[in-house]
Design a binder for this molecule. Sequence first.
Ligand code: GUN
Length: 300
Amino acid sequence: MTAKIIDGKAFAENLRISIAGHVARLKQEHEITPGLAVIIVGEDPASQVYVSNKTKQTAEVGMNSFKHELAADVAEADLLALVHRLNADPAVHGILVQMPVPKHIDANKVIEAIAPAKDVDCFTPANVGKVQIGLPGPVSCTPLGCLMLLRAELGSLEGRNAVIIGRSNLVGKPMMQLLLRDNCTVTVAHSRTQNLADVVRQADIVVAAVGRPQMVKGDWIKPGAVVIDVGINRVPAPHKGEGKTRLVGDVDTEAAAVHAAAITPVPGGVGPMTIACLLANTITTASLINGLVPPRDLTA
Ligand code: GUN
């Protein structure tokens, strides 16, 4: 078997087209222009790239984009004051504080300052709880993107054995909740799991989110499994003429593709879905804030 390569870039493009349609309807039928505020503290180059991609794509789908750039030595109190101002601003339906923040700022304090109704990252305890019990609201962006790709590939996920590798608050834990909600049998493996290869060999669905380059080997993959690779790892390029570094996932893609039915590549798989799902969450929060039912196709 040679796996189908799941084109996350194309999927995300189509999702953004759908989102732009929902934005146009909110404007025309309800006079609501969804607005997303992004706060970046300091000048970390990777964060700058992420944030500029987010603000660009926000504007492209017709939403209002508000970017707040704060100096690396900004006082925690000033950052919290900005979050509180945005909480109260009726033009803002989503607030994202780009992580990581500098060490002198307590990230948890910042997250808890964000009004849950505007928490498009789904980082606040209130929204984490809502995902767990299935109430409407924003859903963690990367897991939501993974779920959309899996549903598109498999249709119903009911009864499938899903193995998630990684137990982070950002990916592993919310992914577990979403797959449970779709009636998968879910195993969450992690760095202390014994016989990981054997655990993964049981999986109809593998979600790899450990942050270790190509840790998941080809012969761990059950024939016909669907493999979602969340990892983005920069490693030295093996061949001359390929630049100094290249990006690889947590899965040995080429070897896994021999066994899998479908697999996401790195780059171009899960990565592009994350920002599209951030925009989807902004539609969800803008809808809920205004007493409207969020579009089904944009949520879990
Ligand atoms: N830094 C890296 N990924 C993310 C994300 O999804 N949200 C926020 N707020 N910061 C990040």
